[in-house]
Design a protein. Structure first.
Length: 140
């Protein structure tokens, strides 16, 4: 009895499921990166600027001045006098630290300068002022 020869096919790897997984992971990273660029959710109307650049880094702290005059470090309310002490407590080692000041448009310039003056007493820091992007519909 003679059996027919079975044609042997070479083994193949089906890559369609792998491509599906790659697209899901890519979608996750794209969506998560969109949420990284948002502000911390404090009610502050930032001034607008055409030349603003993103300065986000893992060594960045945010100091917020609200329209009501409240001073916050991150999401915690603080006072002007205790601000340098709280920042030093959050500093990791002696590395340079970027401190971004988010001041509402309604905050008087003198309060922003007072915060900057307190922050300059710290060593090895850089100061930045947060702005919103300038749009064509924005009124000066």
């Amino acid at each position: 009895m003679h059996l027919p020869d079975e044609s042997e096919s070479s083994p193949q790897i089906n890559i369609v499921p792998m491509i599906d997984v790659i697209f899901v992971v890519l979608t996750f990273f794209i969506l998560s990166s969109l949420f990284l660029t948002r502000a911390e959710g404090l009610p502050v109307t930032l001034p607008r600027a055409a030349t603003g650049e993103s300065q986000l880094d893992q060594h960045t702290l945010t100091v917020t001045l609200t329209a009501t005059g409240t001073l916050q470090l991150g999401n915690a309310e603080t006072t002007l006098e205790s601000l340098p002490t709280q920042i030093e407590a959050r500093r990791v080692g002696t590395q340079s630290l970027l401190i971004v000041i988010q001041a509402d448009e309604a905050v008087p310039h003198g309060q922003v300068v007072a915060v900057m003056d307190q922050l300059r007493t710290l060593g090895n820091i850089q100061l930045g002022i947060a702005t919103a992007p300038l749009t064509t519909s924005a009124q000066p």
